[in-house]
Structures are given as structure tokens and as C-alpha cells.
Design a protein around this ligand. Structure first.
Ligand code: ADP
Length: 261
């Protein structure tokens, strides 16, 4: 327990530091982007110069997206809690990925048989699914299959590897699995640490899973990972089912008022 709270403190202070830097850096990047656009506009008769400036613009965009990730990680963005239908969420993320992920990867979405609602920030649920799916893609350079699944799971309170631990009960569960390269036990033990990455310099921030962990923990949920080298990886996320999930959601679907009203 002590070890876990030390880790939480370390994550928090790293997060605060990163958030402060990201905020100031973002403003500087906006200035660079503005002036670059201005000069691109002024050099219409110099395609060679414009080509060079296009590289500057691309680099600025990459840096901006990195700082945006840092800000989200440190809760720089305001979160808004709503009822989020997980079936709709996996369908939307599936649609986004289908357009962007490349033909070498097969994408499968498996919704829960009945509507499944959690009380969370819809943007954060999307972000969790996207971060996990992008890692899954990165683990399958030669192609493979990603499955996004929503279902209901009952825990007896004794599950292994749950971070943080969850009391026994029935939860909404999101699964993201891949048939990729998998990871070693040493890697698996560190993946939720901020800035931990095994990706080449410049391509990984090590913030994707720290962000996922932060969102899940703050939503009173839990996450675990099963991974086998050369076989693949499955992340499971457990979130409390919203109180409205079983009653209201069904009433809305049928369009009739609840009985006994
Ligand atoms: P990044 O993707 O920038 O490296 P993450 O926090 O998202 O940062 O992931 C940390 C590390 O966890 C990755 O560098 C990789 O080693 C490992 N990892 C995450 N997801 C997977 C996966 N689906 N398969 C194999 N390894 C993974």
C-alpha cells in the first residue's frame, strides 16, 4: 500500500511540473505557428522557402499535440460528468479508427447486449479507448486485429493485478485487445508510470497509459493488463455502472414512460 501511495505522489508531482511547462510552452508554440503562417503567406513566390516552412509547421503541430496530451494528463482541461453509453462510445471510436488506422489492421467492435451507461466525461472515455487502440496499433507493425468490447463483469474483490484495487460488485467493463508483440513482465510493471516508454525517441511520450490510469482511477474504476510476448495484449477497464443505466436507458429506448408513474 505504501509503495502505491508513493507512486501516486510521484505521478502527481511529475504531473504538476509537466502541466506547468506544457501550459507556457503551448503559448509559445501558438506564436511560432502564427508567425510561420504569416511568412508562408508572404513567400508565395518562393516555393523552396515555403517547403522549408511547411516542415517548421509540421514540427510545431507535433509539439502542440504533445503539449495538449500533457495538459489533459494533468487535468488542465475541465471535465464534465455525464451519462455515457459505452456501446455508443466504442462505435464512435471504431468509426474514427477505421478511417485512420490503416488497412493492415482488422478492427472489431463488440457492444454489450443491452445499453451500458457509466457516469463519466465522454471525451475522457474516448481518450481512454483511443490511447489503448493506438498502442495496440503500434504493437502490430505487420498487422493484426484490435477488438473493442463493452460488457458487464462481476468481481469477487479478489482479482489479481487490478490497479487500484476495486471492491466486489458488478461493473461496466471495457476491453481493448490486440494480437501484437506483447510485453515483458518488467515492461508491464511500469506501463502506467508517466514518461515510461519503450518506443524510439521522438515517437513515444510515455503519457498515454498514465493518462488512461489517471482517468480510470478518478472515475472510481480500475484497470488491468494481460500480455503475452508474441501473442498479444488485453487491457480491461472496470467502471461503476451509472444508476440510470438499467432503468432510464431502457425506458428511453422504448419511448414509453415507466410503469407506475
Ligand atoms: P507511449 O505509447 O508513448 O510509449 P504509453 O504510456 O501509451 O506511452 O505506453 C507505455 C509503454 O507501454 C509503451 O511504450 C509500450 O512499451 C507498452 N505498451 C502499451 N500498450 C501496449 C500494447 N498494446 N502492446 C505492447 N506494449 C504496449
Amino acid at each position: 500500500v505504501q509503495e502505491r501511495s508513493d507512486q501516486a505522489k510521484r505521478m502527481e508531482s511529475l504531473g504538476n511540473l509537466a502541466g506547468g511547462v506544457a501550459h507556457d510552452f503551448n503559448n509559445i508554440l501558438a506564436i511560432i505557428a502564427n508567425y510561420t503562417d504569416f511568412v508562408i503567406d508572404e513567400t508565395r513566390d518562393r516555393p523552396d522557402v515555403q517547403a522549408d516552412l511547411a516542415h517548421v509547421r509540421t514540427a510545431v503541430e507535433r509539439a502542440t499535440s504533445l503539449t495538449r496530451q500533457l495538459l489533459t494528463f494533468t487535468r488542465g482541461d475541465a471535465i464534465q460528468l455525464r451519462d455515457v453509453d459505452l456501446n455508443a462510445a466504442i462505435a464512435e471510436v471504431h468509426a474514427v479508427l477505421e478511417r485512420t488506422i490503416g488497412e493492415h489492421i482488422t478492427l472489431i467492435a463488440v457492444p454489450a447486449p443491452t445499453p451500458l451507461t457509466v457516469h463519466a466525461d465522454p471525451g475522457q472515455i474516448h481518450q481512454i479507448l483511443l490511447n489503448l487502440a493506438i498502442n495496440a496499433r503500434d504493437a502490430m507493425p505487420d498487422g493484426g486485429t484490435i477488438v473493442l468490447e463493452a460488457n458487464v463483469a462481476t468481481l469477487d474483490g479478489d482479482e489479481l493485478n487490478m490497479q487500484p484495487p476495486l471492491p466486489a460488485g458488478t461493473y461496466a467493463r471495457l476491453l481493448v485487445s490486440d494480437t501484437g508483440e506483447g510485453m515483458t513482465a518488467e515492461t508491464a510493471a511500469r506501463i502506467f508510470e508517466p514518461f515510461f516508454t519503450t518506443k524510439p525517441r521522438g515517437s513515444g511520450t510515455g503519457l498515454g497509459l498514465a493518462t488512461v490510469y489517471g482517468i480510470v482511477a478518478e472515475s472510481n474504476g480500475s484497470i488491468n493488463v494481460y500480455s503475452e510476448l508474441g501473442v498479444g495484449t488485453t487491457f480491461r477497464i472496470y467502471l461503476p455502472i451509472a444508476a440510470t443505466s438499467r432503468s432510464t436507458a431502457v425506458v428511453h429506448r422504448s419511448g414509453s414512460p415507466p410503469r407506475g408513474d
